[in-house]
Ligand binder design. Sequence first.
Ligand code: PMP
Ligand code: GLU
Length: 396
Amino acid sequence: MKLSERTARMEASATLAMTAKAKALKAEGKPVISFSVGEPDFDTPQCAQEAAFEAIKTGQTHYTPTSGIPELRKAIAEYYAGHFGLKYEPTQIVVGCGAKPLLYVTLGSLIDPGDEVIIPVPAWVSYVEQLKLFDGKEVLVDTSKTGYVPDLKQIEDAITPKTKAIMLNTPSNPTGAVYSESVLKGIAELALKHKFVVIYDEIYERMVYGNAKHYNIVQICPDIKDQTILINGVSKAYAMTGWRIGYALGEKNFMNIVSDFQGHITSNASSVAQWASVAAIKNAEPDIVKMVQAFEKRREIILGLLNELPYIKFSKPDGAFYVWFDISEIIGKKWNGIEITDDTKLCELLLEHKFVAGVMGSAFMTPGFVRLSYASSEDDIREGMKRIKEFLSEIA
Ligand code: PMP
Ligand code: GLU
């Protein structure tokens, strides 16, 4: 069978691939500790569980409007008004099967072949892959020398007449960096001047620690509102990854196109999951507060343990639930006679021999690094880090 050129260019999601490998080893009875997938280990908040049962019992089990049930779009609009002071009408909101497919339909609604999209890297695995599926061209801006927050001059230099959009993600997956007000203002001004779209993925907005603060770019620069698409969802903040509910907010006519596009792919997100999300958004605020406190504690634990590791270098992340560290000093060294040729080899060895799963930096367009997700129990964090330390002590 001759496959499309599009699929030949595509690479499978490394985060999901590493997670599948870890799960397969676990199924074989291996004592796997998984730091690979970015997925809170908490249960779905009780109020959301009950709303889902109720939806099933009362027959809320049919197709819904393509852009989502009015109750959910209203709850999202109220959340954005209360939390960010931003006014979006429910008609400006599209609910989809997760933030991931909404990013896909957003790109599909914007990108013609050859259009350029600026992406600060390290960046989450799916941005570039999704863009490639629409024959768009990624223009990567390296943030590794500027604290993982883009430098405005670099962004300006990356702009060309073909620039259609910029994809921003703060707090960042994989680095945990949180963009400052001034950087966001600077990017918004560039977008206004050069008339490109801002795709603003704030799925980790609730996970910020210490004195760090998350800003919504439209709050910072209201003039950018009509050329910004906000992306968010229940996966991370409400520990509801499996329910597959995300949302996008933007200018009404554009959101109609996003909705029509989605209508040809998924029709609508699960009706039951949408009702669960209404309850979560309205009533699970106390659950979020508890989960964020737990993440903050785990972050302290894992950072303390990272400090004890030889060879690696890292900076303290302000948000999300990832630690991201430089392993370039290890490359070329040997573990039990096996050469550690790159970040992928290191992750393979850690998984196969110590049963600890992380994700290689190359999956985030930045080789020479590793990402660990600390959205797992404190015991797992301690045990997993102990094994990584043991592995590093065996390097020659
Ligand atoms: N954006 C970022 C930055 C992510 O890390 C993820 C991973 N879940 C998503 C979007 C997609 O989230 P979901 O599809 O689960 O809503
Ligand atoms: N976004 C999470 C991660 O980076 C979940 C997996 C995925 O969708 O890539 O691990």
